[in-house]
Design a protein around this ligand. Structure first.
Ligand SMILES: O[C@H]1[C@H](O)[C@@H](O)[C@H](O)[C@@H](O)[C@H]1O
Ligand SMILES: [Fe+2]
Ligand SMILES: [Fe+2]
Length: 291
C-alpha cells in the first residue's frame, strides 16, 4: 500500500530548501568538550562495546512489523497516569546503553539540556521541550528492552541510509529480504511528509503521543524526531519530507545543541532546580497525564 501525497509537492523546491537547511549553522557548542568528541561511534566500537552491541540488536530487530505492533499498543496511552516531574524521577534509575557521551542518570541529562537552553535565553516552550524530550524512555519501565526505547531512529518500510550509525548491522534485519521495503521510497511516496512515515519505535514516537494535546507543534516535532540524526545532522531522507518538515527541522537543530553538548556540563542539583521547573511544567501540563 502506498501513502499518497496530497499536496502536489515540488520535489525540486524541497531539495533546494533542504540544501539551505544543511548550509545553515544552528547554535554553537558552548561546552568544555570539543564538538568532534561527541557521538564518536568509531571510538565507541573499540572502547564502549555496549554501544555497538546495542545498535546491532536495534538494527536487527526494528522491522516494519515490529514498529506497527508497538505503535498500535502504545498510542492507546492506557498504561498509567502520571505527572511530568514524577516521570523524570522515575527515569532516574535508567542509564542509556546507546549513548557514548553520558553515564549520568536521565534526570541529570534532562536538567542539563533545559539549563543550557535557559542560559541561552530560549523561549519557555523550548526550555520545557529540553526538560522533557527523553521522558519516552519510560517505555523501559513498562517492560520494553533498550533496543526499542533508546538510540537514534530511522524510517522503516524503505531503504536504510548509510548515514545511519553502524549501517552494516542492517544486514541481519529480516526486512532486508523484501524488495519493496528496501527500495528508496519503500511503502511511501516521494515527499509524503514525515507524519506519514513510520520511524523505528522508541522514546521519540511514544512521548510525541503522550504530549500531543499539550504542546505547540514545533515542540512536538522536536520530541518526535530528535533522534533522527541521519536526517537532521547527516542530511539524509529529504526525499520523504515536505516543506513543513524542513521548516520544523530547524527547530530540531536548535534543540540538538542543548541536548548533545550539555552532556559535558556539571551534574545539576535536582532539588534546587525543582521549583522553577515545576512551575514551567504547570504552564503547559495538567497534574497528571496518560501514558
Ligand atoms: O544514545 C542517544 C540517546 O538514546 C538519545 O536519547 C537519543 O535521542 C539519541 O538519538 C541517541 O543517540
Ligand atoms: Fe533522546
Ligand atoms: Fe537527550
Amino acid at each position: 500500500m502506498r501513502i499518497i501525497n496530497n499536496n502536489i509537492s515540488d520535489a525540486a523546491k524541497i531539495s533546494e530548501a533542504w540544501e539551505d537547511f544543511l548550509k545553515t549553522k544552528y547554535g554553537a557548542n558552548k561546552s568544555s568538550k570539543d564538538t568532534a568528541a561527541f557521538r564518536d561511534y568509531e571510538v565507541a566500537l573499540e572502547q564502549q562495546p555496549t554501544v555497538a552491541k546495542f545498535y546491532k540488536e536495534n538494527h536487527e530487530k526494528q522491522t516494519l512489523q515490529h514498529v506497527l505492533e508497538k505503535k498500535a499498543d502504545y498510542t492507546k496511552l492506557d498504561k498509567t497516569r502520571m505527572g511530568i516531574w514524577q516521570a523524570m524521577e522515575n527515569l532516574n534509575k535508567l542509564v542509556d546503553e546507546s549513548d557514548p557521551d553520558t553515564s549520568l542518570s536521565q534526570i541529570a541529562h534532562l536538567l542539563q539540556s533545559a539549563e543550557a537552553a535557559r542560559r541561552d535565553g530560549q523561549p519557555r516552550w523550548m526550555i520545557l521541550t529540553c526538560l522533557i524530550h527523553d521522558l519516552g524512555k519510560y517505555l523501559f519501565f513498562l517492560g520494553e528492552p533498550q533496543w526499542t526505547v533508546v538510540g537514534d531512529t530511522f524510517p522503516v518500510g524503505c531503504a536504510w541510509s548509510d548515514k545511519i550509525v553502524y549501517p552494516e548491522f542492517f544486514k541481519g534485519n529480516p526486512d532486508v529480504n523484501d524488495e519493496e521495503l528496501t527500495s528508496k521510497y519503500g511503502i511511501y511516496s516521494p515527499n509524503c511528509g514525515l507524519a506519514n512515515v513510520h520511524m523505528s519505535f522508541g522514546h521519540d514516537e511514544y512521548l510525541y503521543h503522550v504530549c500531543k494535546d499539550y504542546l505547540p507543534k514545533e515542540a512536538l516535532f522536536i520530541i518526535r524526531y530528535h533522534s533522527f540524526y541521519s536526517a537532521h545532522t547527516e542530511g539524509a531522507y529529504s526525499w520523504l519530507m515536505n516543506n513543513d518538515d524542513i521548516a520544523n527541522m530547524k527547530w530540531v537543530k536548535t534543540f540538538n545543541q542543548y541536548d548533545l553538548y550539555s552532556k559535558a556540563d556539571a551534574e545539576p542539583n535536582v532539588e534546587e532546580l525543582k521549583p522553577y521547573y515545576e512551575q514551567l511544567i504547570a504552564e503547559y501540563f495538567p497534574e497528571t497525564i496518560s501514558w
